[in-house]
Design a protein around this ligand. Structure first.
Ligand code: UD1
Length: 364
């Protein structure tokens, strides 16, 4: 019997940990899972809603760390997580993704000599101004088992000198949640509530500091959105970070005037999946949404200069458009006219069975 601590911290972690914990509960002769929530995200729509939607059991331990500078947040997670590991003595700790909680908890384990596995290892944007890139690089260096979503990720790890025996190609864990929840999500009343059912619409998400904490960049993106929203409604669930900077930069009025731009609070997992799974087009700076749209065959324009998920461009429906107004609008109109060419292939092992492959590797 393996005792495993599963760490969650921020919104993009919940849909990765849910299928793992679910599989561990199913294989209860082999696994005793615990869920530790660092509290990096704490608003109910950034956290609680996801536990509900994904049937993720209440956390066994809640660290309540909250927001702060990178140093303060990372250090607070470490200080709070260390006594939990010392007390619980797990056989393994699993961390997922690339948020500050991921690195903080991996570092605690490495120092305590407790085995740690990193799910979604090996992704690289090669942009070290992204906090997530630093988290990815360091977490991979100190983890004992590296679970990769795609073959390019394994190549990145090999190039950094990580020995083959630490790497396991298991596929994309987010897709386990997507397949499991798609039917329920399609029943969500969200499209009626937002008055977009039965028509073409786009979905937008925006929260990268490089986009939303920069006046010029955010201004250029809003220029593009104003133009696109004249052609079709754009539904925009707004991340708390973004809501703050829109107000600080005084963009509120412009956004209000753009009639086609429909802002909402952040949505839960099922409502959001129900919404974007029927969208004509997705515009985003998120990582996970590039993968989810690839699986669903929905055109995705990524408002960044790089991606750590190049397979979504090579095989899937993703196009990297950057943050220049004209590039965004040209690509958006091409996508709407059907002249934007992308592939529509689902990458290998993005099949909904990644959690079991991770558990098999832990057992072995
Ligand atoms: C974090 C992750 C990012 C991930 C994103 C998804 C890091 C470095 N970044 O970014 O990789 O894509 O989550 O959402 O770990 N806030 C609230 N309520 C909350 C949480 C945050 O209002 O529940 C506000 C606070 O003002 C906070 C700010 O958002 O200061 C930023 O939160 P933080 O956790 O530092 O990073 P995110 O931008 O959410």
């Amino acid at each position: 019997m393996l005792k495993v601590i599963n760490v969650v911290g921020a919104r993009p972690n919940f849909m990765k940990v849910a299928p793992i914990v679910d599989a561990m509960k199913r294989r209860k002769e082999q696994f005793a899972p615990l869920v530790v929530h660092t509290g990096q995200h704490y608003d109910s729509m950034m956290s609680e809603a996801f536990f509900r939607d994904l049937n993720l059991p209440e956390p066994d331990v809640y660290l309540g760390v909250g927001s702060g500078t990178h140093a303060a947040q990372t250090a607070a997670v470490m200080a709070q997580f260390e006594p939990v590991v010392t007390r619980e003595k797990p056989d393994w700790v699993l961390v997922v993704g690339d948020v500050n909680s991921t690195l903080a908890c991996a570092l605690v384990c490495a120092k305590l000599g407790v085995k740690v596995g990193h799910v979604e290892a090996g992704l690289r944007s090669r942009d070290r101004t992204m906090p997530e890139e630093i988290n990815r690089l360091l977490t991979d260096q100190i983890s004992d088992l590296l679970f990769t979503p795609s073959q390019d990720a394994a190549e990145n790890l090999r190039a950094e000198g990580i020995p083959e025996e630490r790497i396991r190609f298991v596929g994309n864990i987010m897709i386990d949640s997507l397949f499991k929840q798609l039917t329920r999500a399609k029943e969500s009343p969200i499209r009626q509530e937002l008055a977009v059912s039965g028509q073409d619409y786009a979905v937008l998400t925006l929260h990268r500091p490089s986009n939303v904490d920069n006046l010029d960049t955010l201004g250029r993106i809003i220029d593009a959105l104003e133009e696109i929203s004249e052609r079709l409604p754009i539904v925009f669930p707004v991340h708390p970070r973004t809501r703050k900077t829109i107000a600080e930069f005084g963009f509120g009025e412009r956004i209000e005037k753009a009639k086609g731009l429909r802002l909402t609070e952040p949505l839960g997992y099922l409502d959001f999946l129900g919404l974007y799974s029927r969208a004509r087009l997705v515009l985003t700076d998120s990582g996970g949404l590039q993968e989810e749209t690839t699986v669903l065959g929905i055109p995705c324009l990524t408002l960044r200069e790089s991606t750590e998920r190049p397979i979504t461009v090579e095989l899937g429906t993703n196009t990297i458009v950057g943050t220049e107004r004209e590039k965004i609008t040209t690509a958006a109109f091409a996508a709407l006219n059907g002249s934007l060419t992308t592939n529509r292939r689902v990458p290998p092992l993005w099949d909904g069975n990644t959690a079991d492959r991770i558990l098999d590797a832990l057992q072995e």
